[in-house]
Design a protein around this ligand. Sequence first.
Ligand code: SAM
Length: 291
Amino acid sequence: MSESRWFSETLHPGVRVSYEARRVLHSEETPHQKLALIENEAFGKVLLLDEVIQVTTADEFIYHEMLAHVPILGHGAAADVLIIGGGDCGLAEEVLKHRSVRSLTQVEIDGAVVDFAREHFAEFNAPVFGDDRFQLEIADGARFVVETDRRFDIVLVDSTDPIGPGAVLFTEAFYGGVQRCLKPGGIMAAQNSVPFLQHKEFVSAVSAMSGAFPVVSAYVVAVPGYFGGHMTLGWASESRDALDVPVEELRQRFAQADIATRYYTPEVHAAAFALPRYILEALDEGLAADR
Ligand code: SAM
């Protein structure tokens, strides 16, 4: 990224999304990716990896709450949680809000992202580093899931887009590894692109998931910094039980969890699985591709 006043994200072919950098706070090349931090009037501090927005202080709660609370409250008794990726540790913060969680393991490939986020995003991730349930491993998540002896109730995949080191986290081999390290009743939820602009990536990820899991679905979340309409989070599990929890039960679980949220509500949880038709059709296309 240059030190110019405006910078552009060019993740989507034919689209350039520009943000004014009031200040470029940091810029470096880690052994894995280009990392930059800028300050923007609307989004606050913005972290970019390989010139793609990863997290912003203004809207991080939206994505992190939905990726954490939907599977955890859908499950109802999650004790052991695994995060793959998630370098900024905003997702870990949401997971650790649940008193039912007794261990959280995070496997992130790039230690520099975690060190950097710890220093620059303390406003949301500070509680993580003082919590003794949190255990960080610097390793490739794709290797971890095929090698570990540990088993988890929930696996959350908070990856970069399917390019660079994150590409492997959208493959059937990886999802097969995730399936292998889930306990009975376990659930995977995963960052799964903006289908309006990443139709092919969405369909391909759904197809790969359905090669590894009998139940595959998706739910939507509107994240202002992830341009292009609804973002989808992928869902994979052995059964439909956690998908079919009535909203009244979700209300009870949420009340019992007693956590503060700014986006998540049990009603939003239930509604997020009502997919707009173009996303439903893309989901069906991915499911059919595997048959
Ligand atoms: N919420 C963001 C988004 O959707 O754009 C992603 C946040 S998080 C910063 C993504 C993390 O995934 C990065 O820190 C990156 O280093 C990590 N990552 C990429 N490939 C990985 C792999 N193979 N194993 C573990 N972590 C990986």
